[in-house]
Design a protein around this ligand. Structure first.
Ligand code: OOG
Ligand code: MG
Length: 254
C-alpha cells in the first residue's frame, strides 16, 4: 500500500471539494498507517505555504461518538489555511458537505515536549476562547471507519476562534450552544468534553508526544465538540455561545 499516494488522494479531495470512496473499502490498514497518511497529507499544505497552527482533539464527547459511530479519541492537525476570522465568512463552494460544531480552544504559552500532567497544564496555556469547528469529511456520505477519519485528518477543514480570555481552571460545566440564524441547533455542556476540556488538552499532550508531533508556543488546541455537528447551509449566520464568553460568529455564502 502506497501511503503517499493515499495522502495525495485525500489532499486533492480536500482542495477540489470532491468526495472519494472510504479508503477502508479498498485497503486494509491500521491506525498507525492512518496517522502516517494524515502526516503525509499535511505536507502539501505546508508546501503551499500554510503552516501548522495547532492540533485538534476529536470524539471527546459521547454526542460526537454516537453521531459518527466511532468510539475512540482521535487527534488531527490544524493549518493556517483553515483559519477563518471571527465575524468573517466562508463559502459553501469550498466544501463537500460541511458541518459546524461548538468547541473550546486553548492557546499554548510555551513549547510542550512530552506528556503534561493535568495539574501542570496551567503553565502552558495563556488563553482560552470559544470556537466553532467546521468539519468536512472527504469521504462520500460523511461515512468512515476510525482509520479512515484519522487518515483524513479528522475531517478538519475550518475553525473560527472567538475572543481570547484569561484561562480559568474551572470550565467544566459551561453551557455550549450553536445557532443558525438565531435558532438553536445544538446544545450541550463543556462537561460533555471528557468531563472537563482541560482533560482533552491533557490527552492532546499525551498523543502528540506519542506521535512525535511537537506542540509549540502560539499553537491552538481544540478540545473537541460538546454536541453533535450540524450541516451548514448557504446564506446562514452561525453563532456559538459558550457561557461566560463572547459570541463567535461567521456567515456562509454560496
Ligand atoms: C471527525 C471529527 C471529530 C470532534 O470535535 O469530535 C471532531 C468527524 O466528526 O467527522 O472534530
Ligand atoms: Mg471538532
Amino acid at each position: 500500500m502506497d501511503l503517499i499516494r493515499l495522502a495525495l488522494k485525500l489532499d486533492s479531495a480536500a482542495v477540489n471539494a470532491i468526495a472519494v470512496k472510504q479508503l477502508s473499502t479498498d485497503y486494509t490498514y491500521d491506525l498507525q498507517d492512518a496517522y502516517e497518511i494524515q502526516r503525509l497529507a499535511i505536507e502539501p499544505r505546508k508546501e503551499r505555504g500554510f503552516a501548522l497552527i495547532g492540533l485538534k482533539m476529536g470524539f471527546t464527547s459521547v454526542a460526537k461518538m454516537e453521531q459518527m459511530g466511532v468510539h475512540d479519541m482521535i487527534w488531527g492537525r490544524l493549518t493556517a489555511d483553515m483559519d477563518i476570522p471571527n465575524q468573517g465568512s466562508t463559502s459553501m463552494a469550498k466544501y463537500i458537505h460541511p458541518r459546524a460544531e461548538p468547541e473550546i480552544c486553548f492557546r499554548i504559552a510555551k513549547d510542550i515536549k512530552g506528556e503534561i500532567a493535568l495539574e501542570d497544564l496551567d503553565e502552558y496555556v495563556d488563553a482560552i476562547a470559544p470556537a466553532i469547528e467546521i468539519i468536512d469529511s472527504r469521504f462520500e456520505n460523511f461515512k468512515f471507519t476510525l482509520e479512515d477519519v484519522v487518515a483524513d485528518n479528522c475531517s478538519s477543514t475550518g475553525l473560527i476562534i472567538g475572543d481570547w480570555q484569561e484561562p480559568s481552571r474551572d470550565i467544566s460545566n459551561l453551557r455550549m450552544q450553536l445557532f443558525f440564524d438565531n435558532e438553536e441547533v445544538a446544545v450541550g455542556s463543556s462537561h460533555d468534553i471528557l468531563g472537563d476540556p482541560w482533560k482533552s488538552l491533557q490527552a492532546a499532550t499525551r498523543l502528540a508526544a506519542a506521535y512525535n508531533e511537537p506542540i509549540k508556543a502560539g499553537h491552538v488546541i481544540m478540545a473537541g465538540a460538546a454536541t453533535a455537528a450540524v450541516f451548514l447551509k448557504p446564506g446562514i449566520e452561525v453563532v456559538a455561545k459558550v457561557e461566560g464568553m463572547q459570541d463567535v460568529i461567521f456567515s456562509v455564502s454560496d
